[in-house]
Design a protein around this ligand. Structure first.
Ligand code: IMP
Length: 420
């Protein structure tokens, strides 16, 4: 399951729904920059790291090797879930996942401040610096915590580098490696070590037993390090291929790729956004859709649905079907628009240009449809959809070139429609 926009599509809701048929839900990239909200029986759970399937007693939630794990955040989330009566004993973490430690967060914030007006608008969770350390072979893996000598050595080596940057580039105080090692080993390790597994073995054992494994993408296609609007991207690969490297499966194991598309688009942080709205319709989408970050509280930038991007997401991820979220947020609008092409330098373009300067000056060409002006929150079957809402979905599917399989009409677990 992958996001087809810039994140915040409402992936958690459908992951939770589809987890009902899975034995395992695997996160394969990102870290606690993600924020998934699940609403079950009117109770809301905000998750950052633990996979969405945790609320089902039959699901094994697994944090894959491609994820970056802040052990303090992980511990806090596990404690929050346990205190609210959720069984966390099945949660597993790959020994090959990398750790986010406090210096990564400090460096993330300092880099952003250093960039000034050119900042990316990161979540300041240390995601970029942790993945940079992984690429520089300075990263510390979850399994390293299991050997105190190795852990302390690696932390000294990583901080040997990070402290130079903190002190000489940013004029900050150095971090004491042994003090940090003591904290991690005393506060986090006792609980985390119960969760550490050979994740590749766990996943393949489940597949060999014929069970369904759901790979839960965080962030989204256009925040992908390779395929997103670089540099306004995250530091991992949320696209479907990322599930293979971030979990340790080959592409032949993937038999369905569901793209999650919100009925409109939002983006947090900087970067190009052709269908961005700066008017009262945009404010309406933000207000009614409660478009403020689950984690950071930031107001999200709103815009109309962009099927040029959706078609590109179909290609990049081999989407088999699309699930539409938050259709109900459009309920009160007189007309709804969706972008079907761009006009760039006087020419009509239906595919996403690779040259980003063109995306910056792309003018969206819209199809405008009449609104349905009806409350969708209680609609439970496709047959009961107002005709105008059905038309909107039909046009989206036609433009995307793949069928729509699911539509969400409210935050609750039961507020959705399934197309047969
Ligand atoms: P980072 O992932 O914190 O490094 O942030 C890089 C970019 O990705 C920024 O524009 C963030 O706003 C965006 N981003 C990261 N995680 C999410 C998410 O879960 N939803 C939406 N945007 C995100």
């Amino acid at each position: 399951m992958v996001g087809t926009q810039w994140g915040d599509e409402g992936k958690g809701k459908f992951t939770d729904l589809l987890a009902g048929d899975a034995s395992m839900v695997v996160r394969y990239q990102g870290g606690h920059n993600a924020g998934h909200t699940l609403v079950v029986d009117g109770e809301s759970f905000a998750l950052q790291l633990v996979p969405s399937g945790v609320l089902y007693p039959h699901v094994t939630p697994l944090i894959g090797n491609g994820v970056v794990v802040d052990p303090f955040v992980f511990l806090a989330e596990m404690t929050m879930l346990s205190e609210r009566g959720v069984d966390t004993t099945r949660v597993k973490v790959s020994g090959n996942a990398h750790l986010i430690l406090p210096y990564h967060q400090q460096l993330d914030a300092l880099h952003e401040r250093h960039l000034g007006a050119a900042r990316l608008g990161t979540t300041k969770r240390g995601i970029g610096p942790a993945y940079a350390d992984k690429s520089m072979r300075l990263g510390i893996r979850v399994q390293d915590m299991l050997d105190e000598k190795i852990f302390r050595e690696k932390l000294r080596s990583a901080l040997g580098h990070a402290n130079k940057v903190l002190t000489k580039v940013f004029n900050r105080l150095p971090i004491d490696p042994d003090g940090l090692a003591d904290r991690v080993l005393e506060e986090c390790l006792p609980r985390i070590q119960l969760c550490i597994v050979d994740s590749v073995d766990e996943i393949h054992n489940a597949l060999e037993r014929g069970e369904q494994v759901l790979f839960e993408g965080a962030q989204a296609t256009f925040l992908d390090l390779d395929h997103g609007t670089y540099p306004f991207v995250t530091s991992s690969n949320p696209t479907a291929g990322g599930a293979c490297t971030g979990a340790g499966i080959g592409p032949r194991h993937v038999d369905r790729v569901i793209g999650i598309a919100k009925a409109y688009v939002t983006r947090v942080g900087a970067g190009p956004f052709p269908t961005e709205l700066f008017d009262e319709v945009g404010d309406h989408l933000v207000d009614v859709g409660r478009e403020y970050g689950t984690n950071t509280g930031r107001r999200r930038r709103p815009g109309w649905l962009d099927t040029v991007m959706l078609r590109h997401a179909v290609r990049l991820n081999s989407l088999t079907d699309v699930a539409i979220t938050k259709l109900d947020i459009l309920d009160q609008l007189d007309t709804v628009k969706l972008c079907t092409a761009y006009r760039i330098d006087g020419e009509e373009v239906r595919t996403l240009p690779y040259h980003q300067s063109l995306i910056h000056r792309a003018e969206p060409l819209y199809t405008e449809l009449p609104g349905w002006k009806k409350d969708l929150s209680t609609v439970r079957s496709v047959e009961d959809l107002p005709a105008n809402a059905r038309t909107f979905l039909d046009v989206v599917a036609e433009q995307a070139g793949v069928p729509i399989s699911l539509v969400s009409t409210g935050p609750g677990r039961k507020q959705y429609l399934e197309f047969s």
